[in-house]
Write a protein that binds this ligand. Sequence first.
Ligand code: PBG
Length: 327
Amino acid sequence: MSFPNQRPRRLRTTPAMRRMTAEHRLAPAELILPAFIREGLSEPNPIASMPGVVQHTTDSLKRAAAEAAELGLGGIMLFGIPSERDAEGSASLDPNGVLNRAIRDVRSEIGDELVVMSDVCLDEFTDHGHCGVLDGEGYVDNDATLEIYAKMAVAQADAGAHMLGPSGMMDGQIAAIRQALEKAGHTNTAVVAYAAKYASAFYGPFREAVDSQLKGDRRTYQMDAANRREAIREVELDLAEGADVVMVKPAMSYLDILADVAAMSPVPVAAYQISGEYSMIEAAAANGWIDRQAAITESVLGIKRAGANMVLTYWAAELAGWLKESR
Ligand code: PBG
C-alpha cells in the first residue's frame, strides 16, 4: 500500500477551505437580466415555456429594473414586442415605439445605476419574424438590413441606452452601427457584439416570449453548430469593426467557443444563457429531478469558468439574491 502525500482533498475539507480556495466566484455585477416589454399590456403576461419570466408592462418593467439596481446587477437587456408589425419592422425606428420608450422609462427609473442595454434586431418587429428585411427571393438582405440597424441604433441611443446589443448576425453590423453612432454624436454609446451567435434549437422559448412570427429558421445568418474556428473569425471581424464587448450565444452547448474567445479577446467577453437553457433546468426542477438552486448556480459558474466576464441570464436577479444571502 502506498501513502500519497499529494492529497487534493485537503482543500475540500471544510466549507471555509473550499470557499477560500475557489478559483471562480459569482458576483451580481457581472450578471445581466434580459427583460421583455410588450406594447399594450395592462398586466404582466407570464411566458408559459419560461416559468417565472413575464412580458412586462411599463410599470412592472420599471419595478424589475429598480429591483435589479437594488441587487447590484450589472445591467438589464431590453427586448420590445410591438403591437404592429410589418415587412420592414418600421416600429423599431419610432422614437415612441415600445422598445425606445422602454429604454427611456428604465433610464428615468434607474439613471446610471445599471447598464441599460437594448436589442438591435428586427425579428421582434417584422411580420415575417426574420432578423432583417427580405429580398425578392425571401433571402435576408444583409446590406439593406444594415441601413435599418444603423437607424435603430441611433434611435435607441437617443432614448438613452448605454450599450447596444446587435443580435441579428448581419455581416458588417458593428461597423454600420458604430459609424452611425459616431455621426449622430453618440460617441460614448457602447456596443456588445453578438459575435458568435449560433442557430440554436434552444431559442425555442424566446420565440414564444417575443411572439415571433418566424416560419423556418435563421441558418443563412446565424452560425452552424458544427463550427468552432469560424467563431474566431466572427470575433476578429467584430473587434476590427469596433465592438466594445463580444458575446458568445448560446452558452452551455458552446463552452468550448467561450473558452476560445476568452483566450484571444482583448475586450470583455459576455455569454448569453438563453431561454432554452433556462427552460430545461426549470422543467427538470419542477419535476423534482434536480436541485433547482444548485443546478442554476452550477450552470452559471460553469459559464464563468469557461471564460465569461459577464453572463446574461434570466435568473440574474434571483441568483444575485442568493449571492447576497451567502455573504
Ligand atoms: C434575436 C434574438 C434571439 C434571442 C436574443 N435575440 C432569438 C433568435 O435569434 O432566434 C434569443 C434569446 C433567448 O433564447 O433567450 N433578436
